[in-house]
Design a protein. Structure first.
Lengths: 440, 1006
């Protein structure tokens, strides 16, 4: 079997490389860039009609109307966005991007789940593959930044935010080790499988086991806290050392929790350890929205495009959860975790949320500025405001509605990135084979 | 007396209570007459006849006489049954008494584990281990004293027992629950043949699914019939031989659920068998369909316990379906009675058989008549088993199988004292409260003199003593002796302890010790009976508030909706036809059809639906779906399973039907999964929410079948695959081989039909050629009577599949998924297949690394009939968005993109004459959208199938409130049950799942 694995890994890698070898990361651009006359969606709710953005050395320096654009200046790049919609680059707040290539069948292409239970020292960024087949596809749909998150165990390790136009992981790193990921056990007994009834003992034990696990997690942090109080140490403990950032608040604790009880415990962590906690998943967060607001815990919602949790639940519950959080004043970001489409539909999850209660600008914030805040990068990105990185996309029309969500230009730190991908190349190749004319 | 005895002599040879003749006696002979006469009893002779103050004479295990005047033979033991009842004992039709199956963990099918291809059963038996027709319960039967005692304790005297293992389970035998040598308790050796959908302990992989089990049963009926001609090719097949021999017996099918009952009955209909069906207790939910089976039923009385739902977070995960069933389960028997269905009751599914009588009583409280209850436990089973001449009532000549009870057998306070089986007494309860109940005058002869007390005995365990400063009295009566200890005063003083014997005049005499340890004599005399309220009649409780809805769970209908004349006014109508988009247009619907499209249409009788500002389109048709399927979508044990049918396996209660209506879907093509190259036959349905499985079917549509190629069928993720094929090279050969075999089969049939002995009669080719359901479906394909939807990914496999088909003279109707279809669009076009793809899936398997979102656009531009499908219960709710993506990826026009989810799939499924666009004469399958249908902001407000509004956003909002109220009501009731101290079941989430092509994965991987 090993041989076969080896071969299939080899081939998939080969294909990937072959198909995109002419899509290069953009060269650094230190000059001045103007994006003119577009409808600028700032990301914080504001929309500026017919506005111009001035960028210098990769940073936004000015946004507004009445910004004069020098004519015929060879040093200056001008992109006309008239009639087009200009948005901050979209941010995918939770993903296995670059860690997982062929999820199902090629083990060798998977680097997203480590063995062991307590791995706070695991760092996802070092395994991030910037040449992943998915990266260019996401970029073409306006996603310019993504959090790369390890899985597995209870403490899975630290995530990092990457920008999607890079030669290597060090280039890609946008914010390294922005948080540690904790996965809480389920308090619900597993649902019956069709063939085998859940044993009575299993049912009774689910809660007890979960509570036991939570105690164990707390013990870990108590020991870590004690450990970190001793500063002169000759033999450091990698695992305990790794959670230092949680105590000094340079890192957030991302608690993966969908059930009400899990989220209540996440709140408890804030109380005991004073961590900056973010809930990831939040399937049932709509039930405790006011509570989340009262303790100011933000939520990264898993994809809206999912089925309700129970037969009786409103068919549109997952679609409207974000509106409930919005109304309660909870800070939240939207995610796309659909494995079969590899997260390319982030904008359309936000679009669906609009139909079910968000305004378009609120939905946009949920995939830009809110995500930046939750990932701890809002000082640098997430909105089109002076002082931030020029992470900008220009769409033919409404980016949230697929019919018009056609990204014409994308800039990461002022560099205009190539929006071609293996998908567009194969499109071209076969349109050419059949003598068809491309229209896009 | 002798005269009466003469009548049943015929039976006596077998049914005597003599010790068995062939067994040597290690003692002296001890023949007794074993005659008992029971007098002064209320005798429930049969379901219709109760005799007051009657007598029954029993001799040598059988009833000799029953009546108001029965001569008492001198050598009979007289049993005075004053105040007591004599009732025929019960018969259980669904027991495994004496033939238990050794429990093994059921072998589930795993997508990655090796396939078990052969049977573990040794010898000249059939190919499939789950067909155990040659098992005879009478062979395996070993009397089991403990079990016999348990079931006698709840009133049973006779059972039909069988080995509950396998899909065919062999024969059952009728035995009594007497503690005798097996030889003497067997009433009838082979009475019944048993079947189920559950392969039990069989470790063989086939069948992995319910539909596979059904196919196996159907094929076995055919094989057995063919085997009657002793085909050389088969040799001796003991399984089929036994199957055939069992056909003349009573046919009993363990179905175990309302829909399964109907599935079982359909198999019976096909092969001329009327099964007696063992139900599941939820038949009341679909009583009309159940009655239509015409079957007699055996139903359990195992009602669900209240669930511990105090924790609201847990309660949320218990479905309304389960909550309602908890409340309604006891109405099941009454529903059967009211529907005129013949049925028996069985304790078989009860974890604690001790619950049986109280559960029957619950059924009576919920409307079952007492008479019917008795019939269901005596005459009906005896009649079905063909033993009513020997069992089931108290008549001369019948076995002396009866109960002596304190009152009417189903009343709450009634106790069973004795259960007589074959004329032998088995004591169930020694003590009769009525023997001791009463007021007594007691005298203690102590050293200080006599003291007098009054004792009030309430029952064999409770008494109070007056005229004494007593705090506690403990009392017991065991039928002969009384024991009492009386604690006087408040201190921890010792007690007065008394024990004594009770004589036949109810006077007590005995000895005791007082608190100081002095011995004493004492006596008591019966003074008078207790004054009691005798309201011991079953209380009729108010009918539960739960209504039965269709489907039974949330969002169901109180009554199935009917077609109405509908007039949709002033909408923007996307016709999907050459007329394109018509603004401010009306559409008139009558009798389920679109009858008029235009402006200013009037119809006095029509219900008006205002379409102003809204968009009306044809309903969405999902070419690739796995909703509304019960338990399984794959029969994965073999590479060719064209014999299985998804239609056998529908689940009309699937909530995803409703959710997809809410997403604008009106028809779905329900496919077999992709576990094997030639999968099962698919089923096109319309989303008629609330209909039964037959009602869901898209009537008159061409039949289809699912094929699959690539990674799934070669079991790529299995590290231990042993099922051919393991490569795409092998997949091609599986296809070629299957159609070669089908060709040979067809030729053999033709040849057999031509060779007819008698000239005028058409020959039956199946007399010599074994009818093969698998090959039959393939022959249909070759004759364009069945059409293929083929799961496919890479260009090479798409091409070779077409070439194999062309070699055998047919074509692939549809390639589904077909993510590399763009690479061979010209070849597919030349072949003439439709394509049905995902809008933007990629990157989840090696075979989708070249999948591109532009696939649909390229194929459309190449002139193919392109559909966008879901294969995903969630995404199917947003197929309009998926179609809109084709505008984004490749710039297809909106009109063309919309067709990809409506008229194009209708064409691919050959139903474009019926549905898929808005055109006069077509079915009124329509969706009214809030916004431009391709916009992400669009939401269906009404979804209409056949002119019936199955989804209405306003009704949905109303239902949400009702569901919430009803949930709360029942949850509160359950909590009250818990508070009242009744046992409650530990919380467990309700079963709720959605299937995908690879259902074992949980997540939807395609």
């Amino acid at each position: 079997m090993k041989k076969i694995y080896f071969l299939s890994v080899f081939f998939s890698f080969f294909y990937t490389a072959w198909s995109q070898d002419d899509v290069y990361p953009a060269k650094e651009y230190k000059g001045v860039l103007y994006i003119t006359n577009g409808t600028v969606h700032v990301g914080d709710g504001r929309v500026l009609d017919n506005a111009t953005i001035k960028v210098n050395e990769g940073k936004i320096v000015q946004v507004g109307t009445g910004i004069s654009v020098p004519q015929h200046d060879g040093q200056v790049k001008v992109v006309d966005a008239i009639g087009k919609q200009v948005y901050p680059g979209l941010i995918l707040p939770q993903s296995d991007l670059g860690l997982k290539e062929i999820s199902g069948s090629v083990r060798g292409s998977n680097d997203f789940r480590e063995l062991g239970d307590y791995n706070p020292n695991i760092r996802s960024v070092v395994a991030y593959n910037p040449a992943s087949m998915m990266v260019n596809v996401l970029k073409a749909n306006g996603i310019l930044l993504a959090a790369v998150v390890p899985q597995g165990g209870t403490l899975s390790g630290s995530s990092s935010v990457v920008q999607l136009d890079a030669w290597n992981w060090e280039d890609a790193a946008y914010k390294t080790d922005n948080g540690i990921h904790l996965r809480l056990p389920s308090f619900h007994p597993s649902r019956r499988s069709f063939f085998i009834e859940t044993a009575q003992s299993d049912r009774e034990e689910a809660t007890r086991r979960a509570l036991g696990k939570v105690e164990e997690i707390k013990s870990f942090f108590r020991e870590a806290k004690a450990y970190l109080q001793e500063t002169s140490r000759t033999a450091p403990n990698l695992k305990l050392e790794a959670v230092k950032g949680l105590f000094n608040k340079s890192q957030k604790l991302y608690v993966h929790a969908g059930e009400v009880k899990q989220m209540l415990l996440a709140i408890d962590f804030v109380k005991e350890f004073g961590f900056d906690v973010v809930i990831v998943g939040g399937e049932a967060s709509w039930q405790i929205a006011p509570l989340l607001k009262s303790v100011n815990i933000p939520v990264i919602l898993n994809a809206l495009h999912r089925l309700p949790a129970t037969e009786d639940e409103d068919y549109d519950q997952p679609f409207k959860t974000s509106a409930i959080l919005q109304q309660a004043g909870v800070l939240f970001a939207l995610n796309d975790d659909a494995n079969n489409t590899r997260y390319r539909n982030l904008a359309f999850n936000a679009g669906t949320a609009v139909r079910y209660g968000l305004t378009k600008e609120e939905a946009l914030s949920a995939i830009t500025l809110n995500a930046a805040k939750i990932l701890g990068i809002d000082s640098r990105t997430g909105s089109i405001e002076a002082g931030k990185d020029a992470n900008i996309i220009i769409s033919e029309g409404d980016v949230l509605d697929m019919r018009t969500s056609i990204i014409k230009h994308a800039f990461i730190q002022g560099r205009e990135v190539n929006l071609a991908s293996k998908q567009t190349q194969l499109y071209e190749r076969y349109m050419d084979k059949y003598g068809l004319k491309q229209k896009q | 007396m002798k005269k009466i005895l003469l009548i049943p002599v015929f039976f006596a040879a077998v049914w005597s209570t003599y010790a068995q003749q062939t067994f040597p006696v290690n003692d002296v002979a001890d023949e007794r007459s074993k005659a008992y006469i029971f007098i002064n009893a209320t005798i429930v002779k049969d379901v219709n006849t109760t005799l007051q103050n009657a007598a029954m004479l029993v001799q040598k295990g059988k009833i000799v006489a029953v009546g108001n005047t029965v001569a008492v033979p001198k050598d009979a033991v007289v049993v005075d049954c004053k105040g007591k009842y004599i009732v025929p004992s019960f018969i259980d039709m669904y027991s495994d008494y004496g033939v238990p199956v050794l429990q093994k963990v059921p072998v589930g099918f795993s997508y990655t584990s090796p396939i078990r291809l052969t049977s573990d059963t040794k010898g000249a038996r059939g190919w499939n281990e789950a067909i155990k027709a040659d098992i005879d319960a009478v062979d395996l039967f070993v009397a089991d004293k403990d079990k016999a005692k348990t079931f006698r304790g709840i009133g049973f005297g006779t059972v039909l027992t069988h080995h509950k293992d396998g899909i065919a389970r062999g024969t059952g035998t009728v035995v009594t629950l007497a503690d005798k040598k097996e030889n003497l308790v067997i009433v009838k050796e082979k009475v019944s043949a048993h079947y189920s959908f559950n392969k039990g302990t069989s470790a063989q992989s086939y069948p992995t699914s319910l539909m596979g089990a059904i196919a196996l049963l159907r094929q076995t009926y055919i094989d057995a019939d063919w085997y009657k001609n002793n085909p050389d090719a088969e040799g001796v097949n003991l399984s089929l031989q036994a199957w055939n021999n069992n056909r003349h017996l009573l046919q009993v099918f363990d179905a175990g659920d309302k829909w399964a009952d109907i599935r079982a009955d359909r198999i019976g209909d096909e092969f001329g068998v009327q099964y007696i069906i063992k139900g599941g207790g939820n038949e009341y939910q679909r009583i009309k369909e159940i009655a239509a089976t015409g079957a007699a039923f055996i139903v359990p009385v195992n009602y669900p316990q209240a669930i511990d739902v105090e924790d609201p977070d847990n309660a949320r995960l218990v479905s309304l379906n389960d909550l309602r069933h908890w409340e309604l389960a006891p109405v099941n028997a009454a529903a059967l009675e009211n529907a005129g269905i013949s049925f028996c009751l069985t304790p078989s599914d009860l974890k604690d058989p001790g619950q049986f009588l109280s559960n029957v009583r619950k059924a009576i409280e919920h409307g079952l008549s007492e008479q019917k209850a008795l019939e269901a436990l005596t005459r009906t089973p005896a009649t079905l088993l063909g033993v009513y001449d020997r069992l089931g009532s108290l008549e001369p000549g019948k076995l002396a199988n009866f109960l002596i009870t304190s009152g009417p057998v189903f009343h709450e306070k009634t106790a069973i004292f004795q259960n007589w089986v074959q004329g032998e007494k088995y004591t169930v309860r020694d003590v009769d409260d009525s023997d001791i109940k009463g007021i007594y005058a007691m005298v203690l002869h102590t050293v200080k003199g006599d003291t007098r007390y009054t004792v009030e005995v309430k029952n064999a365990r409770t008494a109070t003593v007056s005229n004494m400063d007593s705090i506690q009295v403990s009392f017991s009566f065991n039928g002969r002796m009384v024991n009492m200890s009386i604690k006087t005063g408040k201190s921890a003083q010792p007690v007065i302890r008394l024990s004594g014997a009770v004589d036949h005049n109810r006077n007590w005499k005995g000895t005791g010790e007082d608190a100081e340890g002095n011995t004493l004599l004492w006596s008591a005399e019966f003074v008078k009976p207790l004054e009691e309220q005798t309201d011991d009649v079953p209380k009729k409780i108010i009918a539960p508030q739960t209504k039965i809805t269709y489907p039974f769970g949330s969002y169901g209908w109180d009554e199935m909706p009917r077609q109405e004349t509908l007039l949709i006014k002033d909408a923007t109508v996307w016709t999907g036809e050459a007329e394109g988009v018509l603004t401010n247009t009306d559409v008139l619907v009558k009798q389920g059809k679109i009858v008029q499209i235009g402006k200013g249409i009037r119809d006095a009788g029509a219900k008006i639906i205002t379409g102003t500002g809204k968009y009306l389109t044809a309903g969405i048709i999902d070419e690739h779906s796995h909703i509304a399927v019960a338990s399984s979508v794959n029969e994965g044990a073999q590479s060719v399973t064209s014999e299985v049918r998804i239609g056998d396996n529908l689940n009309p209660d699937d909530i995803n039907i409703y959710r997809q209506l809410a997403g604008g879907v009106t028809a779905s093509h329900i496919l077999h999964g992709s576990a094997n190259t030639i999968g099962g036959q698919s089923q096109l349905i319309k989303l008629r929410w609330g209909a039964d499985d037959k009602g869901l079917r898209f009537e008159g549509a061409d039949p289809f079948i699912k094929f699959a190629l690539g990674e799934n069928v070669k079991r790529t993720i299995s590290v231990a695959n042993n099922r051919f094929p393991d490569t795409r090279m092998g997949v091609e050969q599986v296809l070629a081989d299957a159609f070669q075999r089908a060709t040979d089969y067809e030729n053999a049939l033709k040849k057999a039909a031509a060779h007819t002995g008698k000239k005028k009669e058409p020959a039956n080719p199946f007399a010599t050629v074994r009818r093969d359901l698998e090959l039959e479906a393939l022959v249909e394909i070759m004759h364009q009577k069945r059409f293929i939807t083929c799961h496919s990914y890479v260009q090479g496999e798409i091409t070779y599949a077409m070439r194999v088909a062309e070699q055998f003279g047919f074509r692939f109707n549809t390639f589904t998924h077909v993510l590399e279809g763009y690479k061979v669009a010209d070849k597919i076009k030349a072949h003439g297949a439709s394509v049905s793809t995902f809008s933007d899936w990629f990157g989840y398997k090696v075979e989708v690394t070249d999948a591109i979102a532009y696939n649909a656009a390229i194929m459309q531009k190449m002139g193919l009939n392109v559909c966008i499908n879901s294969d995903d219960a969630e995404m199917a709710r947003r197929l309009n968005q998926e179609a809109a993506k084709i505008v984004k990826y490749g710039g297809v026009s909106e009109a063309e993109a919309w067709k990809m989810v409506t008229i194009n799939p209708a064409k691919a499924l050959h139903i474009d004459g019926r549905t898929g666009s808005i055109k006069t004469g077509k079915d009124a399958d329509l969706v009214l959208w809030s916004d431009h249908p391709l916009s992400i902001y669009a939401q269906p407000e009404k979804t209409i199938v056949d002119g019936i509004v199955y989804f209405d956003i306003e009704r949905d909002r109303l239902l949400r409130e009702l569901i919430s109220k009803e949930r709360n009501r029942i949850i509160q009731k359950m909590i009250a049950e818990k508070k009242s101290g009744k046992p409650v079941a530990t919380f467990k989430p309700s079963l709720y799942f959605s299937l995908s092509c690879r259902e074992d994965e949980g997540a939807i991987i395609q």
